[in-house]
Design a protein around this ligand. Structure first.
Ligand SMILES: [Zn+2]
Length: 127
């Protein structure tokens, strides 16, 4: 399956990554079928220079939150050992890396293998 992400969601990811810098930004991703629709911030997320801790028990929508995103202020887009553990059970995992330009990200499946993300435009609401 090819996963898709709305361009505005990708822009938001880069915006959050920049505003959290030099700290790490971390959130879950809400998927509708194979499309990444929204960023979901968990309550009580703890962030410091080295890690961001998600309180998965605080999530009311856990079953639709099949993706994750976090930033690498280091500028390296590869997953760490801890990342690989965290990816398990999530269909798509994005790492945004410094300097957080629109193409400064990588996506991985739950095994930590690189996957392609198709960037699409959100359809306007019909009136
Ligand atoms: Zn990481």
């Amino acid at each position: 399956m090819t996963y898709k992400i709305y361009k505005d969601v990708l822009f938001s990811i880069m915006g959050f990554s920049k505003s959290f810098y030099p700290k790490e930004f971390s959130a879950l991703l809400y998927l509708s079928e194979n499309i990444i629709e929204e960023i979901y911030f968990l309550p009580l997320t703890v962030s410091n220079e080295n890690s961001a801790v998600l309180r998965l028990d605080m999530s009311p929508m856990i079953f639709s939150l099949k993706g994750s995103v976090h930033s690498h202020p280091s500028g390296y887009g590869g997953p760490s050992r801890a990342d690989l553990h965290f990816f398990l059970g999530k269909d798509v995992n994005i790492i945004a890396y410094h300097p957080f330009g629109v193409e400064d990200y990588k996506a991985y499946n739950q095994k930590g293998e690189p996957i392609f993300l198709e960037v699409i435009l959100r359809k306007r609401n019909k009136k």
